[in-house]
Design a protein around this ligand. Structure first.
Ligand code: XIL
Length: 313
């Protein structure tokens, strides 16, 4: 195969990236985004804080650009994300709403956003990061108002707004079998038992070099065995910077393992990497001293990890 997307397609999988629509003017960025990937996720443009910074004033430009880019390049769209405790507008987070009003606000948000893009979205992260590390539910403005009921309600609202989209719940540090992924397993099992429209689980897979969870494949498989789709949704593998050739080779091996584990699970539909090049990556901002986490270097040259992913599919 000459491109990642051809390689992934040969296995019936998608290969995605997080797109920063502000970079779509850059020719190198745009050529890779359109040519190499078969799915795109909005890195930020579909988050509540981006879409509706002030109550009732939606700013659709970035999200619309992404959906148009995907259509022009025959790509799937992975919607990210409808309900999340982070990157919320201040008016939602600090509004002090009574539960009944907050319920209306969340329902309206889901209906408006999922409704606008219905027909264009293949998968939605309806919920993102609802768990604490010990597998209990994370405290949030939603959890405080409703308890865990808000989760099932969000799936039902998303399904009503876009009956075609596959509805996902997504999290980090749920990549291996551990207390947090056990919490996810209990939740989706009970949602399925109640007939809630949940179709998939996303595993963010923000990894550290040399720390591939040994139970990664078995973990994906146990969710697949519930009849759910699973997907790798935000893959990157960070290291201490500056990178060196030995570490970049070990990183390539780890990327290869992740793709291989997805391919070993028939219900694993694909892999999304979180950004195109090391220079667009969120990692150096959030983890000082770390980076070099992506498939392309700062000059948009493919790294060993790129060739490993191409070869692994
Ligand atoms: C990150 C973006 O990459 C950054 O640009 C932004 O400043 C913060 O959010 N988990 C998620 C993603 O679900 O939405 C986050 O994206 C990374 C962690």
């Amino acid at each position: 195969a000459d491109t990642l997307r051809e390689a992934a397609a040969s296995q019936g999988r998608f290969i995605g990236t997080a797109l920063n629509d502000a970079l779509l003017g850059d020719p190198a960025y745009t050529a890779i985004a359109g040519g190499e990937f078969s799915s795109v996720t909005a890195e930020n443009a579909m988050k509540w804080g981006s879409l509706e910074p002030n109550r009732g004033q939606y700013n659709w430009a970035g999200a619309d650009r992404l959906v148009e880019f995907a259509a022009a390049h025959d790509q799937q769209v992975y919607g990210h994300t409808l309900v999340w405790h982070s990157q919320l507008p201040g008016w939602v987070e600090n509004g002090g709403f009574a539960p009944a009003e907050l319920r209306q606000i969340v329902d309206d948000h889901i209906a408006t956003v999922a409704g606008r893009y219905a027909g264009s979205i293949d998968r939605w992260d309806v919920l993102n990061e609802v768990f604490n590390e010990d597998g209990t539910f994370r405290d949030s403005v939603f959890y405080r108002a409703f308890g865990d009921r808000y989760i099932a309600d969000a799936f039902r609202a998303a399904h009503a707004a876009d009956p075609e989209a596959k509805l996902f719940i997504n999290d980090y540090n749920t990549d291996g079998i551990n207390a947090k992924s056990d919490g996810m397993y209990r939740l989706v099992s009970s949602l399925l038992a109640e007939g809630v429209p949940v179709h998939g689980v996303g595993f963010q897979s923000h990894m550290i070099l040399g720390q591939m969870p040994s139970s990664y494949r078995a973990n994906l498989q146990r969710f697949a065995d519930l009849g759910l789709e699973v997907a790798v949704t935000e893959l990157d593998i960070r290291m201490n910077t500056p990178a060196d050739p030995a570490r970049l080779d070990r990183q390539a091996d780890q990327y290869r393992q992740v793709v291989g584990d997805c391919l070993a699970v028939s219900r694993c539909s694909g892999v999304t990497v979180w950004g195109i090049s090391d220079r667009d990556s969120w990692i150096p901002d959030v983890f000082p001293g770390e980076g070099a986490a992506n498939l392309y270097d700062d000059a948009y040259r493919p790294k060993p990890a790129y060739w490993a992913v191409l070869d692994a599919f």
